[in-house]
Design a protein around this ligand. Sequence first.
Ligand code: GLU
Length: 444
Amino acid sequence: MNIEKLIQSLEAKHPGEKEYLQAVREVLSTIEDEYNKHPEFEKAKIAERLVEPDRIFTFKVPWVDDRGEVQVNLGYRIQFNNAIGPYKGGMRFHPSVNLSILKFLGFEQIFKNALTTLPMGGAKGGSDFNPRGKSDAEVMRFCQAFMVELWRHLGPDTDVPAGDIGVGAREVGYMYGMYKKLARENTGVFTGKNLEFGGSLIRPEATGFGGLYFVKQMLETAGHDIKGKTVAISGFGNVAWGAAMKANELGAKVVTISGPDGYIYDENGVSGEKVDYMLELRASCNDVVRPYAEKYGVPFFEGRRPWEVKVDIALPCATQNELNGEDAQHLLDNGVLCVGEISNMGCTPEAIDLFIKHRVMYGPGKAVNAGGVATSGLEMTQNAMHLSWTAEEVDAKLHQIMSAIHAQCVKYGREADGYINYMKGANVAGFLKVAKAMLAQGVL
Ligand code: GLU
């Protein structure tokens, strides 16, 4: 495989899609050696076929706001690859959403879902609609208008969306409601549903919980205990909340959370009622963490990122490319031990290169945050069986899955000096599973 040639042709075909090209480059460059051991992959043009989505739906979403004005947003669903199972992946509602961001997320999702050991293909969707500051009725009307177009492309064995940034249980509920009405079916076609109509226990916490299970194993493998370690978390949404809760439970101390306005530093730890307060902050719809500083009398650093704080563990939990080379250098100077991306592609390539060069443990999002979609897979299983498992059962399965992902990363990522390159391990393990499935199913 000639990576540069392939990337160049993608650049020419998809100019300006920088996040998508970034994600493709990362995966292809780490699987190159393994790929070249398999002439059958080259012959079947697996790489060329894998980097293009099976199909993309783009549609307009017209809706009426509370003042009676007509609004028009863009809606998307990218069905990337279904070699190992139905298309599966979240919906992101955020003003920054565009094709490049959804294509990178969909591409990542293929390998992440493969790593979970569950039968799920890769997809992503969303809209440039911003739920912040909108009334409940506006969010409902938008979600309904969105589904009037999208419903015909979904199905429990075809394509199963879920949440992501800007899409939580409320949005999933409204979208699922409209799907059900139009399809005249009550099936598990969305995950992240409320418990009353097919949701799974532990799903809201799963991404953060899974992330901490993974990080704990990374540390243990290198002979460290997570107990007593300090942790910097970015974000204050659902993922950051689950991560903070589990970090506390495992005996670590979370000293930061952040928002678009800056970060707070709480030297006593974001724990107990302060973790619950994150939910209140998020529900306030103002997208700021400053009120935490005022409420608990801790310092707030306006317009800054939490990576300048001295910590043992850094956990990006907000969005893509939120930790750059400069941030990585700060963390290294402060002796960071482990970086676990709980957001998707949270670190820039420069940051990742620095961590790997300095042999700092670095876990990529597609492994570390796979607990979210894995628990979505468990929700699909429960829906298909028409029953629900207890929180303990779901948590035990999540734990098992995260251990299996960790083991795959170690198997394919251990380098000659003993360092575990989790990025390489995750990419190779995820890729091999999908590539073998594609090969077995012929040219499609
Ligand atoms: N948006 C989440 C992710 O990035 C969850 C997707 C899902 O549950 O389908 O993996």
